[in-house]
Write a protein that binds this ligand. Structure first.
Ligand SMILES: *[C@@H]1O[C@H](CO)[C@@H](O)[C@H](O)[C@H]1NC(C)=O
Ligand SMILES: *[C@@H]1O[C@H](CO)[C@@H](O)[C@H](O)[C@H]1NC(C)=O
Ligand SMILES: *[C@@H]1O[C@H](CO)[C@@H](O)[C@H](O)[C@H]1NC(C)=O
Length: 414
């Protein structure tokens, strides 16, 4: 009651703020034109302020998002916190001029590399479809390699072995019939003015000079040694398996420059045995062997009787066992597999899903026909290998999962 009385008795201009109550102030000022104006200005001001802040936040957010594209894939570090001694990737059967499937895997690799940076990347072969490189200047090298694996964390050495397509399998016969490409060049010199398809171009310095990451081997076995800190050393033997596949010997491409018919499979066997032996003798703690063709596989190259690559490669099994090789890693099958046989400590790893895969490849395999498979996948993907805490972890990534589709922890063979 008292407040209403005050309201009528006081001149608004002369009011003493000490004598007006809150209720009165609100009730009165609500009706002043000045207040309406102030309120509008305030609302406008707040709106502009909020709008500006939002705009700035949006711009900063967009800039950040462009610089740090959200990763679609989960890092193993989210659950695997042991500090790695060595990380490397394995990818196979990829070089398809950057088609959609190849780019999908390249992006997956680039994303995983952001949180699990590899020291190097292994290619299990079929680097350049359809039939390898025809010279050290072949533009396929850019289209299938340099322009595809552009992730900032993939600018590391690429250690590649050769696949049958690198040797010229699937060559377009018209290239040979028209005389554009030489089917049986007498020497490398004959190739300076003519097209010659050859895996050898992948190993020459002219090619490596085009992309310093590239380092390929062919026609033999090469051991590379890597340090694992307190866990010792890892020897990886890179092997050319093409000369062992019987059915390649009389193909149209067998007589290409340094083709399979000019390779000496006996000599390669001897190199493999000597280098495995040397690795064991030197006390290296871990050994892996990398080749293109499978020694064991549930894919089509070993399940179809007429062209069973695993029969041709069978000589490897006792050696892998006796020289205590932790895993044999190959491509050729356009899928990913991890096989472990009870009689054998060796893990058989297929990583050949770098571009086009064979969807449904394993669908008709009855459980008893795949009894030794720990993991089979027909999806595109790659393998991340992590040495940490004295073990080797194999993270199989596919484009279908946000994290590794399968992880195996492998102990050092006793
Ligand atoms: C490739 O690797 C071999 C063996 O480690 C090395 O000797 C050679 O210099 C490398 N080549 C290039 C081009 O990096
Ligand atoms: C080579 O080709 C001939 C005929 O094309 C075939 O009969 C023979 O079995 C082939 N040899 C090998 C080792 O594949
Ligand atoms: C393996 O190495 C040992 C020495 O450590 C040697 O006596 C033996 O002859 C070698 N065997 C082969 C097959 O190279």
């Amino acid at each position: 009651m008292g407040t209403q009385a005050l309201c009528t008795e006081y001149d608004l201009e002369e009011e003493d703020p000490f004598f007006t109550s809150d209720v009165e102030k609100v009730g009165r000022s609500r009706n002043t034109y000045e207040h309406q104006l102030r309120k509008r200005r305030l609302v406008l001001g707040v709106a502009i302020g909020v709008g500006s802040v939002a705009l700035v936040a949006l711009i900063i957010g967009l800039a950040w998002a462009m610089g740090h594209r959200k990763l679609d894939y989960i890092c193993p570090s989210a659950y695997d916190t042991t500090r790695p001694n060595l990380v490397f990737f394995v990818v196979g059967d990829w070089g398809r001029s950057g088609n959609a499937n190849q780019r999908r895997v390249a992006r997956l690799m680039g994303d995983v590399a952001e949180c699990l940076p590899p020291e190097f990347i292994i290619s299990t072969g079929d680097n350049f479809y359809p039939s390898g490189l025809s010279s050290p200047q072949d533009p396929l090298f850019d289209a299938s390699f340099s322009q595809v694996y552009t992730g900032p964390r993939m600018q590391v050495p690429w250690y590649a072995v050769m696949g049958n397509h690198d040797y010229g399998d699937n060559v377009d016969a018209s290239l040979l019939n028209s005389g554009r490409c030489l089917a049986a060049p007498p020497s490398a010199e004959a190739c300076t003015s003519r097209c010659c398809i050859s895996p050898w171009w992948q190993t020459v310095p002219d090619l490596a000079a085009r992309d310093l990451r590239w380092n390929a081997t062919m026609g033999g076995v090469l051991t590379r040694r890597f340090k694992l800190g307190v866990a010792g050393t890892l020897d990886i033997l890179f092997m050319d398996t093409n000369p062992f596949i019987q059915s390649y010997q009389n193909r149209s491409w067998s007589s290409f420059l340094r083709g399979v018919s000019s390779q000496d499979s006996q000599a390669i066997q001897a190199q493999l045995q000597t280098q495995l032996n040397a690795s064991v003798a030197s006390g290296s703690s871990w050994r892996l062997v990398v080749g293109h063709h499978p020694v064991r596989s549930y894919g089509k190259h070993c399940m179809e009787d007429d062209k069973n690559n695993c029969d041709d490669m069978q000589f490897m099994r006792p050696w892998l066992r006796s020289y205590r090789v932790a895993a044999y890693i190959n491509g050729h099958e356009h899928d990913q597999q991890l096989l472990k046989y009870p009689e054998d400590q060796v893990y058989y790893v297929v990583s050949g899903a770098g571009s086009d895969t064979r969807e449904g490849e394993f669908d008709s395999l009855l459980p008893e026909k795949r009894a030794n498979a720990l993991f089979l996948s027909d999806a595109q993907g790659f393998l991340a290998v992590v040495f940490a805490g004295g073990t080797m972890r194999l993270h199989f990534y596919t484009i279908r999962q946000r994290g590794p589709a399968y992880t195996a922890t492998v102990n050092r063979p006793a």
